[in-house]
Structure formats: C-alpha cells, structure tokens
Write a protein that binds this ligand. Structure first.
Ligand SMILES: Cc1cc2nc3c(=O)[nH]c(=O)nc-3n(C[C@H](O)[C@H](O)[C@H](O)COP(=O)(O)OP(=O)(O)OC[C@H]3O[C@@H](n4cnc5c(N)ncnc54)[C@H](O)[C@@H]3O)c2cc1C
Length: 488
C-alpha cells in the first residue's frame, strides 16, 4: 500500500474541521495537512440536517468563527451557514487540502514510528488507503451522522403512515394535507413545527415534558446601529460577540443565583404570544430549572404564532403505543397522524466510530482522563474538539485551535515531536468524575452515552468545565510545562 504522510490530519469538515484547517493554514503554513471527510461536502451538521426550517439555535456572531465577520441575521439557516463556510474555504484556499467521501475507519499510533497510521476508505471507489500523520486533530462532532436516535415504542410496525427522523429527512416527503405528529420538544422540534405549520393539515408537537424557550426578534440591535453609523464589519463582529457573550454570562449567572426569577421571565415571554387562556403550566413550564439543557431561541416567536393561529398544537403526555392511524397516549387520548416525525435526538459518536489502537492495544476512550476536555491521558499527539453546549460550539473550536498552534510552537522550540498527557504522581488518587456532570447538564444523547466518554478529574488541568468564560482566559494561559504534558 502506498502511504502519504502529513504533519497533521484533521478528521471531519464540519465547522470545527474547516476552522482547524483555517488556523493551521494561517498560523502554521509550513505544516502539511489534510482534512478527511466522509460526506460529499463540507458543513457536517449543516449538510446532514435537511429538514424544513433547519436553522441555528445560537446566534452566528458567536457560532461564526472569530476571524470571519457574520453579516446576516443572528439566527441563520443551514444554507446561510454553508455559504459562510464556503467563503471561508474559498478565501483561504482550503479546498485542495480537503478530501471528501473519505472515511477514516482505523487509527493506529506507533511509538516506534512516532506517528499515526490511518486506514481510509475512499467511498467513491471502495478502495482503502493508508495515510500517516504526525498529529491527529479530531473534528468528528459528537453524534453519528448516518442515523439519529429513535426509541422503540410498542406498535410502531402497525402504523400505516410514514415514520421519519429529522436527521434523515426524505427528499420525497410531501406534507401537503397531512396530519403530522412531531415527537420531541427540543430545538429540532421547535424549528420544524413552525416551518411545516402552514403547509400540512395540522402539526402536533408531542412532548413528554416541556422545554424552555426564549423568544426575540431575529435581529441584533447593536449590530444594526453600528452598521448604520458606518462601522466596519470586522469591528462589528468583535463588538457584537463581546456584547452577546456578556449578556449570556449574565443569564448563566442568574440561572444559578435567581433561577425562579429567570424562569418567570422565560415563561412570561411565552405567555406574551399565547395569552392568559393558554395552558402554559402544562405545556411550557419545564420541571427542571433553566439552563440544565440548552435554551432554544425562537425567532419572532414563530412556534407560538403557529399555535396561536391553530395550525399547530402541543400535547404533553406519554406514548402508550403507535396504532395504525396514529398514536395512543397514556391519558387515553388519540393523536391521528399520517406522518410521525421522531425528533428524539442523536446517537452519541465518540471519536468518529474509528477503531483506535495505541501500539496495537485497543483504545478504550472511557479509560482515559481528559486534559482540559481536549486531550486524553495515554493518547499521544491527538486533540479532540468538543465545543460548548451553552455557548456556541465554535467558540471552543477557535480556542482549542489557538491552544494547538501554541503547543506546536512549544514542541518545536523544545525539539520534541510527541506529546502525551499523563497523570502526575500527585494526581493519581484524585477523584474521577463523569465527562459532564449529569446534575449540571443532561441531554439524552449524553446521559445515554456517558459510559463511552472519558472521565474528568477534580482539579485543573484534568477538568472539562464547559465554561467559555473561564476557558477563554485559562486556555491561552495554560502552562505547557506543568508536568501533565509529557514530551518526547
Ligand atoms: C440541528 C442542529 C442544530 C444545531 N445548532 C447549533 C447552534 O445553533 N449552535 C451551536 O453551538 N451548536 C449547534 N449544534 C451543535 C452542532 O453540531 C455543533 O455546533 C457544530 O455544528 C458541530 O460541528 P463539528 O464540525 O464539530 O461537528 P459536525 O458538524 O458533527 O461535523 C463532523 C464531521 O465529521 C465527519 N466525520 C465523523 N467521523 C468521521 C470519520 N470517521 N471519517 C471521516 N469523517 C468523519 C462527519 O461526516 C461530519 O461531517 C446543532 C446541532 C444540530 C444537530
């Protein structure tokens, strides 16, 4: 087998992988790198999801990269995000470095050769190639793209209509005149329901329990003002990012210091659309306190507008079973349906479903302890991008990229080519905790998959805080010679 070698291989051409390629090209043009992407194009999440209305739930000033101004409305459609990424690729000459329809299936680290060897399948031809890399930059996201998570309910096979998962939305699905039930009330359901409310006969959002939503205009007043007075886009991007992050920090703080007050405000936002007669207590008052899960933003209250004008409705109940013509609920109520959409989440995918080994010993990711949520004990020359849940994912992708570039410079100055996180003697008896604290953040895909994920320690740098506001200071200042990173 012929084998090409690269200084760095990036796995995935979603927003993280394209960002990693940009940072490498801009900050380390001397390094030879390759991006390997299983899908036929860039975008990851934003090409996988093609359901009606697909859009971001965070603002693009912070979900966009820090280096490329966002000039559109804050909440963006998948098409707008893809266009933005396309510009990043074109403006920075990234295209020649990306190979699409190339799936990485195995990765082997050799301590003797001091490099990774990847088994890569060219999905166009079925041919398998071997590629080696000094360093792996894992940008594979957090869920399996091929298939979403659908729980099994009794009677599913009896249903005469069509069952669809939003992650694999069929191109030929025509909802005109159809009665649709969307199971779930997360960001996906909240996007999909208003998008189809006018086009199908009726859509019901069926939820076991309610979710928090925040409503507002899909506009940023500060950005609009700055544009009006002629400030250049680079400045607007930076200023508006800071303002949004400042406001989010305030909300996060309030979620813990005055949760009841915040909760009342969020519910008042919903009531403003649905009025006093609507049963908000049943359908829109979550059992948990705000911020335990991402709060979905509903631009211009479109979900509530659909409910108010009767095109959409909400059922808060449990599924007893599917029937030939819909769903029978625990309460005895029946929801007739022609199409059932299971907006029930993702299958967690750690390390891109790649079979990893280190010196021929199979790697069990769950046996490792994370270094700052980005590297792992015993795994040499690998960085893993896992963004924020509560702040925009990309903020962390940018921070990690700067960290990697700094680490590379540090290694070069020291004449080293391998870096592996290792527990110091003083860390060996530290308490090990789950990757994320389920009390603090608990979406289904994470709680279902927690046993597959690395653990974190109880002290720096072994913690994975998921806190942008501390990491933005800590990561750039991380001491690369504190004994936790071992260089060879
Ligand atoms: C519908 C939806 C809306 C979202 N909205 C937001 C939002 O508004 N704000 C926010 O912060 N987050 C949001 N998220 C989370 C979102 O997934 C991330 O923010 C971000 O898009 C992840 O980017 P990524 O590049 O890290 O991963 P992904 O977008 O998952 O891309 C990973 C890529 O890696 C490829 N890949 C994986 N394994 C392999 C392999 N073995 N070989 C080759 N290629 C591989 C995949 O094909 C994929 O293209 C949303 C998620 C979903 C599903």
């Amino acid at each position: 087998m012929d084998r090409e070698h690269f200084d760095v291989v990036i796995v995935g051409a979603g927003i993280s992988g394209v960002g990693a390629a940009y940072h490498l090209g801009a900050q380390r043009p001397d390094l030879r790198y390759l991006v390997l992407e299983e899908q036929a194009g860039f975008g990851g999440t934003w090409i996988t999801h093609r359901y009606p209305g697909i859009r971001s739930d965070s603002d693009l000033y912070t979900f966009g990269y820090r280096f490329k101004p966002w000039v559109g409305p804050p909440i963006a459609t998948a098409a707008e995000i893809l266009r933005y990424m396309e510009e990043v690729i074109a403006e920075n000459g990234l295209a020649p470095h990306i190979r699409y329809r190339h799936r990485v299936s195995r990765a082997r680290w050799s301590s003797a050769a001091r490099r990774w060897t990847l088994e890569v399948t060219d999905l166009a031809t079925g041919a398998t190639r071997s590629v080696s890399a000094g360093f792996l930059w894992m940008c594979q996201g957090y869920y399996r793209h091929a298939e979403g998570y659908t729980p099994q309910w009794p009677g599913m096979a009896d249903f005469a209509g069509r069952i669809v998962h939003p992650q694999t939305w069929p191109d030929d699905l025509d909802l005109a005149g159809k009665r649709v039930v969307v199971i779930g009330s997360g960001a996906t359901a909240a996007t999909l329901v208003p998008a189809i409310a006018g086009t199908c006969a009726h859509v019901t959002m069926l939820q076991r329990s309610p979710t928090y939503f925040v409503t507002g205009r899909n506009a940023n007043a500060l950005a609009d003002t700055l544009r009006e007075i002629g400030i250049k886009e680079e400045w607007i991007h930076e200023i508006v990012r800071r303002k949004i992050l400042f406001d989010q920090a305030t909300i996060t703080r309030r979620a813990f210091s005055e949760p009841e007050k915040l909760r009342a405000e969020l519910l008042a936002g919903v009531r403003a659309y649905l009025g006093d007669d609507y049963d908000i207590a049943t359908h829109f008052t979550p059992r948990y306190l705000p911020w335990r899960q991402r709060i979905a933003f509903i631009p211009d209250g479109d979900l509530f507008v659909g409910i108010r004008n009767g095109q959409a409705s909400v059922a808060t109940d449990e599924i007893e079973r599917f029937t030939a013509d819909g769903i029978l609920l625990r309460s005895g109520r029946r929801l007739p349906a022609d199409v059932i959409v299971t907006a029930t989440g993702f299958n967690l995918n750690v390390l891109g479903d790649i079979d990893f080994a280190i010196d021929d010993k199979a790697l069990d990711f769950a046996d490792t302890v994370t270094y700052r949520g980005a590297m792992f004990t015993g795994i040499p020359n690998m960085i893993w991008v896992f963004g924020y849940f509560r702040a925009s994912w990309t903020l962390r992708a940018d921070l990690i990229a700067d960290f990697v570039i700094r680490l590379f410079a540090h290694m070069r100055a020291a004449g080293k080519s391998v870096v592996t996180p290792r527990l110091r003697d003083a860390d060996r008896d530290m308490r090990l905790l789950p990757w994320v604290d389920p009390q603090n953040f608990n979406p289904g895909y994470l709680t279902r998959g927690l046993a597959l994920l690395p653990r974190q320690g109880d002290r720096a740098p072994w913690r994975h805080t998921q806190d942008y506001w501390s990491e933005r200071d800590e990561l750039p200042a991380a001491d690369l010679d504190d004994g936790t990173l071992v260089y060879e």
